[in-house]
Each structure stands twice: as C-alpha cells, then as structure tokens.
Design a protein around this ligand. Structure first.
Ligand code: ZN
Length: 217
C-alpha cells in the first residue's frame, strides 16, 4: 500500500519538445509531422501523420532494450512508473557520476530515483556529457530502487558501446527514463507522473513526464 500523497503545486514539465530539428541519438530517425490535410489546401480539417522512433526525446527504456528476454514496455503499469521520486543533486560530478556522488541517505527501498547532473546545467552542449559509472548503478540497485531517471540520452559514455550502466540496470529489471529536462526540477522529493505511449511489444516509448511538488505522509 502506497502512503497518501498531497500535491502542493502545479506540475513541472520535464519533457523535451518533439520536433523535426531536435537532437536524437546518433543513428535514430528524426521525428516528422506530415500534414495530410489542411484548410489552406481546401480540406475541411487540419490533419497530421506522425513518424518517430521509440527512443525520441524524453522516453522510457525497458530492460528488453538492452538484454535479450528482458521486460518490454507493456509489463510496466502506470502504478509502477509513477509515484514518489527522489531527485539527487549530482551536478558536481565532472565526467561521470561515481558512487561517492550519490547522496544515498535520502533513498529507501522501492524508490524511484532521478540523477540531476551537469547535463541539465549545460543543456544543448553535446560535448562533455556526464555519464554514470557501473559502480554507481550497482550502488543504486543495492538500495532497492525500482525506476531510474537521467538527464541525457544515455547513462553510458557515447564511446562505450557495451552500455555497461544500462545493461546493469536492465539486468535488475529497472526501467530507465532518459532525456529528462530537469532545468525546473530542483533536487528533492516529488510525485512524478511518467506516462509512456501504450505501445504493444515495444522496448521503449516516448513519455510525458511531470514532477509535482508533494508532501508524503
Ligand atoms: Zn532509448
């Protein structure tokens, strides 16, 4: 049974806007919104068709994205993805979040955790992205976290094609919410609503992610 929660204010939107010119993970398709009907053309409606990859912008990566036989998106109910979340201040980590950068005292078993790093402060700067070490991931797993959030496209360094941090989280069954825009979200405790598109058989899905200032009983 979850503790009761009181929302204290309007939501802070941590979702990246989806548009044709946005940054995507290297090799992923750019999103396209194609007008299929318009008033200018004499159509009675404005209509569009959306083309996008599952990993566009703010999205949830299910364990099945990284390990064969891992859970896909359909196995994560809204109740599993939304709830109390602790946003940790990891902005002092230079290149990589290490175990020593994690203020673990704030965490409890079953928590959702978001790492707010220098990626948030340097938004738009593709060079020098902060990543997360495997040791830091193991530390988080050992505290019993169930969902992890991060403020760039990957927990791993761009040059590390083995994806050790993502694989470690996936092997523990932890879904990861990536590409969070945390500029408005200061470290602390929130209720967050993570609402991925309900896609059948998908290993990932774009999501709207809202943080609500909240008080927990
Ligand atoms: Zn992804």
């Amino acid at each position: 049974m979850r503790p009761p929660v009181r929302l204290l204010g309007p939501p802070l939107d941590a979702t990246v806007e989806i548009h044709a010119d946005m940054a995507v993970f290297p090799g992923d398709p750019s999103p396209r919104l194609v007008r299929t009907a318009s008033f200018e053309r004499g159509d009675p409606l404005l209509m569009s068709e959306l083309h996008l990859g599952c990993h566009v912008g703010t999205h949830v990566d299910a364990p099945g994205h990284f390990v064969a036989g891992g859970s896909l998106m359909g196995e994560f109910s809204p109740e599993m993805l939304s709830g109390r979340v602790v946003v940790l201040d990891c902005t002092s980590a230079e290149r990589a979040v290490q175990p020593g950068d994690l203020p673990l005292a704030a965490l409890g078993h079953g928590d959702h955790v978001v790492l707010r790093t220098a990626n948030t402060l340097r938004r738009g700067d593709k060079d020098g992205l902060v990543h997360v070490t495997v040791d830091a991931i193991h530390q988080l797993i050992s505290t019993g976290i169930t969902v992890l959030g991060f403020d760039s496209y990957s927990l791993d360094a761009p040059e590390d094609h083995e994806l050790p941090a993502h694989r470690s989280a996936a092997l523990s069954g932890i879904p990861v919410v990536v590409m969070l825009d945390l500029r408005l979200v200061q470290p602390g405790e929130y209720f967050w609503a993570v609402a991925p598109l309900r896609l059948r058989n998908a290993e990932a899905a774009p999501a709207r992610v809202l943080f609500f200032p909240a008080q927990f009983a």
